[in-house]
Design a protein around this ligand. Structure first.
Ligand code: NAP
Length: 446
């Protein structure tokens, strides 16, 4: 891989890259099948990704006709990196085994190890015989929707495909590695004004927020909408507030510290709730929710923006869903994609049906949505949320930081890229968009 890196850094042409040998092994971050029970008896909060994530060499899989090998310059930590590494809610090896039963090519994925990672930015090295739109030398970002496009269910909205999977979570050979193998329909052009690590952190979270708020499958936010965003400096929340601001809405951003509130202020968000300072206790004990706390929360939103939220951007799950459904405006929409604090959610159905609210389930994004979200990054309308950068050798430590909610925005990971700041192909465009805007989270977060 060092020869490939030298060629990339030396500006090798696509045909020169194509002539280089793909090594038969590469460095990767992975969890091991044999470790799936290692946290038995340990509470979820105490499970440490640094104990389960390994860095080492793995064998290079053969390339299918519809795939590409990509030299990964940088990747990122996602919450699914946490789920995989703490083996919750399930070890991911079951996903790989199920996938392996689908086809000969899919059988490559069932291995004693799972290479993790669902984001990436890098350079295409080889394409399979059926790939038309990409060639060696292309600089790309990678989205994580892995779909078999020969399946008819994939052709309305590919997120509805019966065999839709998240790359690096429900498939093997993820992005936290020096090399990855992906379907060609996961590739998107790398925004030329960004460094490798800035480009690598966006696809998963940015596309998810785009579908939830902007795409036709989500809440379809419109100008003037009040949008309550939980975790507004986190991965998906930080993109969500940008979409609300761009789309002429009013974000009401919820965070848990004054530092995070200050970061939102710098982003241009006026209505911020520090949930820790306010001390909301939506659950009075493990089984009982406290409606008076929902009311106190809803009242605070009204005080700040004079209205109830048209849309609630929901993902904490069990801890907040009752409050989200309650606080949402009559006829409004709660859109959810996750359940960080627990997936057995509970809400008072009376507040839901009597006020004609809607609950929309959302999950990642189809290729068109991911492409549109990527283009907004390339246009400088959505900024990367990169707040910290770790080397590939520290993936476990970086995932622990996400697990403990210590990070802001997104954590980037340098894979082949030897240092930060490389890969900026259009410095003039970068200057136009503004260094201050692009690096806001990097300067404030970490
Ligand atoms: P993240 O970077 O860790 O951000 C999550 C934010 O949620 C935190 O910054 C935190 O903000 C807030 N939060 C955590 N626990 C909370 C609680 N009990 N009550 C209220 N707020 C809480 O994670 P992320 O990348 O944004 O992902 C968030 C969730 O979405 C994860 O569960 C992830 O797996 C899921 N996700 C799903 C998809 C999909 O396609 N379905 C895609 C991306 C992510 P404060 O502490 O500052 O309030």
């Amino acid at each position: 891989m060092q020869e490939i890196l030298a060629a990339i850094q030396g500006g090798a042409r696509g045909d020169e890259l194509a002539a280089l040998t793909i090594p038969d092994h590469f460095r990767a971050a992975f969890v091991r099948r044999e470790d799936a029970g290692m946290f038995a008896g340990v509470t979820s909060a105490e499970k440490d990704p640094a104990a389960s994530v390994h860095i080492g060499d793995v064998a290079t899989p053969e390339l299918a006709p519809d795939e590409a090998y990509v030299a990964v310059m940088a990747s990122s930590i996602n919450f699914n990196t946490v789920w995989t590494s703490i083996f919750e809610p399930l070890p991911t090896f079951g996903f790989l085994d199920r996938y392996a039963r689908e086809s000969t090519w899919a059988a490559r994925h069932a291995l004693p190890y799972h290479v993790i990672g669902s984001d990436g930015a890098g350079v295409v090295l080889r394409v399979g015989s059926a790939v038309r739109n990409w060639r060696p030398g292309d600089r790309v970002t990678i989205h994580c929707n892995s779909v078999d496009d020969q399946d008819p269910t994939a052709h309305d909205d590919s997120m509805l495909a019966a065999n839709q999977r998240i790359w690096g979570f429900e498939t093997n050979f993820g992005g936290l590695a020096d090399l990855t193998v992906v379907k060609a329909n996961q590739l998107m052009p790398k925004p030329a004004h960004l460094s490798w690590e800035e480009a690598a952190v966006n696809a998963l979270c940015n596309s998810t927020s785009y579908r939830m708020l902007v795409g036709r499958h989500g809440a379809r936010m419109k100008q003037g909408d009040v949008v309550l965003v939980w975790g507004a400096t986190g991965g998906i929340g930080g993109y969500a507030v940008q979409y609300v601001l761009n789309g002429g809405g009013t974000p009401v951003a919820v965070v848990s510290s004054p530092e995070r509130a200050a970061l939102l202020d710098a982003l241009g968000v006026e209505a911020v709730i520090d949930r820790a300072a306010e001390g909301y206790r939506f659950w009075s004990d493990a089984t009982t929710q406290d409606e008076s706390e929902w009311r106190r929360f809803g009242k605070r939103v009204r005080e700040l923006v004079g209205d109830d939220p048209d849309i609630v951007f929901e993902h904490p799950g069990r801890q907040t869903m009752g409050a989200s459904i309650f606080a949402c405006k009559r006829g409004g929409t709660v859109v959810t994609c996750a359940a960080t604090s627990g997936y057995m959610v509970e809400f008072d159905n009376r507040h839901f049906w009597m006020k004609l609210k809607r609950l929309i389930a959302s999950h990642f994004a189809n290729y068109a949505e991911a492409y549109a979200a990527n283009r907004l990054v390339a246009q400088g309308r959505i900024q990367p949320l990169l707040s910290a950068v770790y080397p590939l050798t520290e993936v476990g430590v970086a995932a622990r930081s996400v697990h403990r909610n210590e990070h802001e925005g997104k954590i980037g990971v340098l894979c082949l890229a030897p240092e930060e700041g490389l890969g900026i192909d259009d410095p003039e465009r970068r200057a136009e968009i503004g260094e201050e805007r692009i690096t806001l989270f990097r300067r404030h977060g970490g």
